[in-house]
Write a protein that binds this ligand. Structure first.
Ligand code: MRU
Length: 360
């Protein structure tokens, strides 16, 4: 894969490729503290469900270091490092991170992995605790890339030669630690030598499709045509599209899928026109604690994402705006879920129950 590095951990600082300014600029924002990481997730310097899960894990390492500094200064000198106080602070930092973006469950998952790791370290010295937690964050990063490649391998089986694949938002290397989920499938098929063409929805209002997906694919020489969101139906109805592949932010216990706003409309179009609708996601995106999509909290974002473009007004002042960032696609519209464990056709509650124990 052509060098795309959305998240770089150098052992001290977390560097995030600023996804607000791509494709014009490739610049990194440096995070030194928990607050830096919070801001970057909130403002979408980093975005995409798996990427924010990995970022949150590293954010907790920065937080843990800050707390250890406090303890070392005030308590360890007297030999009074308190593991329980440390852990309480870590948990509160984790909760703080979870609040930044409520829909993508990978964020909570990344936080919980670090918190769970810390549970077994109550006998360890402060420096060993930090080392072990950092190892866990690095493992989360590495595993995400490995899992994406597995998703890619499975998913590529569904892509025929000369296929035109439509995708929405950005579920690529930029949305993960690297490689991507939906774009991982497209990458794998392309690397196998299949001739494919991608239609990328521009994905209003943040324009993940035109700014990020188009950039990623073009960088790798994967043929891509950018279309406005409203053109998807036209192309699907005309028979230009062989299948649709999207990522997911949260998948409920019954197989309902939360993903970028506009996904549900695509799934309905797919059904109406007999086009397969695939969702590619790691098992860390499955949340068995929500029974159906109805229980998933959909993030509502700043109206200015819609009313302004880079500071320029696009609509009359004072206009009412609704800006849900995600929507819910019912499981019955999903032809198959592609995970690291294989292809699950027509997901439902029973099949999801069998799938999830396979996760790490
Ligand atoms: O608001 P975003 O850009 O974070 O939304 C991203 C998506 O909806 C992606 O499709 C999803 O997170 C999967 S990314 C592998």
């Amino acid at each position: 894969m052509e060098g795309i590095y959305p998240i770089i951990w150098d052992g001290t600082t977390l560097k995030l490729l600023d996804q607000r300014v791509l494709p014009e600029e490739e610049r990194y924002v440096e995070c030194h503290t928990l607050d830096d990481v919070r801001e970057c997730i909130k403002k979408m310097v980093v975005r995409g469900a798996p990427a924010i899960g990995v970022t949150a894990a590293f954010g907790l390492i920065l937080a843990a270091r800050e707390f250890m500094g406090d303890f070392t200064r005030f308590e360890e000198k007297q030999g009074a490092f308190s593991f329980s106080k440390f852990q309480a602070k870590l948990k509160s930092a984790g909760n703080n991170l979870k609040e930044t973006r409520p829909t993508a469950v990978n964020l909570s998952w990344g936080v919980e992995r670090i918190i769970n790791k810390s549970q077994n370290l109550n006998e360890a010295s402060p420096s060993l605790i930090i080392r072990e937690l950092e190892q866990e964050a690095k493992a989360i990063f590495e595993e995400d890339i490995a899992v994406n490649k597995k998703i890619g391998e499975w998913g590529a089986k569904l892509i025929g030669d000369n296929y035109t694949v439509l995708t929405h938002c950005n579920a690529g290397a930029l949305a993960t630690a690297g490689y991507g989920t939906a774009l991982g499938v497209i990458r794998s098929a392309f690397y196998q030598g299949k001739k494919i063409m991608v239609y990328a929805d521009e994905t209003r209002p943040f324009l993940q499709g035109s700014r990020l997906t188009a950039w990623e694919l073009q960088k790798e020489g994967i043929p891509v045509s950018l279309i406005v969101d409203g053109a998807a139906g036209y192309h699907i109805h005309k028979g230009d599209v062989n299948c649709i592949i999207v990522g997911a932010d949260r998948i409920a216990a019954n197989g309902d899928v939360a993903n970028k706003i506009g996904t549900y409309s695509l799934a309905v179009l797919a059904k109406e026109n007999n086009v397969p609708f695939y969702v590619a996601a790691p098992l860390s995106t499955v949340d068995m604690s929500v029974n159906s999509g109805k229980e998933i909290v959909v993030e509502e974002r700043d109206p200015e994402e819609i009313t302004k473009l880079r500071g320029l007004p696009l609509s009359p002042p004072g206009i009412n705006v609704k800006n849900p960032a995600f929507d819910i696609t019912p499981a019955y519209l999903v032809t198959a879920l592609i995970t690291e464990c294989g292809i699950l056709y027509f997901p439902n509650e029973e099949k999801m129950k069998q799938l999830v124990p396979k996760r790490r």
